[in-house]
Ligand binder design. Structure first.
Ligand SMILES: [Zn+2]
Length: 347
């Protein structure tokens, strides 16, 4: 099939058709690619914040990249955890830390699936590792405060964890990456060995086990960097989307399921120091700060609006905050079928 002027094999055809079956719409492709200061230009981008699958690719993207992005979409419509990608260079907020952890776990699953449909995962991982190490060598010496060193330690720990996961990259390259990272950001290697432990407990066929692994990884980060305001109570400050809810919960008044409190940012360095809202799930204790969803000027008005949403169905609140949810008991979710198109695995 042809995508953005390039020809791809039947495997891409099958993945596209599979994603279309899941989403109910055609997959849209465009060439809007944004660059991350450190990790460079992403090879591709799945825009998971949109309800219709949309994939951004550079012209002439390799086939494996196209397959990778399609798998993001397939996992997303199967209700696997996922955060929308936002390239950020400033000191992260809890959602950024969570996004990093989530990406690590989800990419481990994607590589397993790519391996199952016979793509060269190890070769690509090894090449990426060399490029990222090169970037790290130049960025780490410029980190001039504890906060940014912590943030980069988390990112690098996720990277090491991803390298170690099966199918893992060339052993000596993985060892070199970890050894050099240990020299640059010592705590990253210690953190990575904990994160790795949680990832090995993950079952790629079971989205719930992936969510559990992510939660455990967040707890580990909390334990290591808990003294830093952005890593305190991480598990309480983020919701791993999609939230799984059933039809009855979706139609129930939000206040039945959620508690609502207002708090004030504690970090004095946070120039956005302002009240933020916490929506929490009464039973699971999962909470979400919604500051990230609001621009400063709108906050007062939004706070009032959110309170009014508490009396409306939960669905309205989730839609308003753009929190993705997955209806667990719908006929659609029960009939999703296997993660990969069957023909693709057996041929
Ligand atoms: Zn990806």
């Amino acid at each position: 099939m042809e995508i953005l002027g390039s020809q791809y094999s039947e495997r891409i055809d099958e993945l596209c058709a599979h994603l279309k079956r899941l989403s109910g719409t055609d997959v849209a492709f465009d060439d809007r690619i944004e660059t991350d200061e450190i990790f460079g230009t992403p090879a591709g981008l799945y825009r998971s914040d949109e309800r219709h699958p949309r994939i951004s690719l550079p012209t002439g993207a390799p086939e494996q990249i196209v397959a990778h992005e399609l798998l993001h979409g397939i996992l997303c419509f199967h209700g696997y955890p996922g955060f929308s990608v936002a390239m950020r260079q400033r000191w992260p907020y809890p959602t950024d830390v969570a996004r990093e952890i989530c990406h690590c776990a989800v990419h481990i699953i994607i590589d397993k699936l790519l391996g199952q449909i016979r793509y060269d995962v190890v070769g690509t991982k090894t090449q990426n590792a060399a490029e990222r190490l090169e970037n790290l060598r130049s960025i780490v010496p410029t980190l001039d405060n504890v906060s940014s060193k912590h943030w980069w330690s988390i990112r690098v720990a996720c990277e090491i964890t991803y390298h170690r996961a099966q199918p893992s990259l060339n052993e000596s390259v993985a060892r070199d990456f970890a050894t050099e990272s240990a020299g640059l950001l010592p705590i990253s290697v210690e953190l990575a060995s904990e994160l790795h432990r949680h990832c090995t407990a993950m079952n790629s066929q079971d989205r719930a086990s992936v969510k559990v692994a992510i939660r455990n990884m967040l707890r580990t980060v909390e334990g290591v960097f808990g003294q830093h305001p952005h890593c305190q109570d991480l598990c309480k400050k983020v919701v791993i989307t999609p939230v799984y809810v059933n039809k009855i919960q979706l139609c129930s008044r939000a206040e039945k399921l959620l508690h609502f409190e207002e708090a004030r940012g504690q970090d004095r360095q946070d120039r956005r120091d302002k009240p933020f809202l916490i929506i929490g799930h009464r039973q699971t204790g999962e909470t979400l700060t919604v500051t990230d969803y609001l621009s400063a000027g709108e906050l007062r008005e939004e706070r009032i609006n959110l309170k009014t949403y508490l009396r409306k169905p939960l669905r309205a609140m989730l839609d308003h905050c753009r929190i993705k949810y997955f209806q667990t008991d719908s006929r659609r979710s029960q009939n999703l079928g296997p993660l990969l198109p069957e023909g693709l695995c057996s041929s």
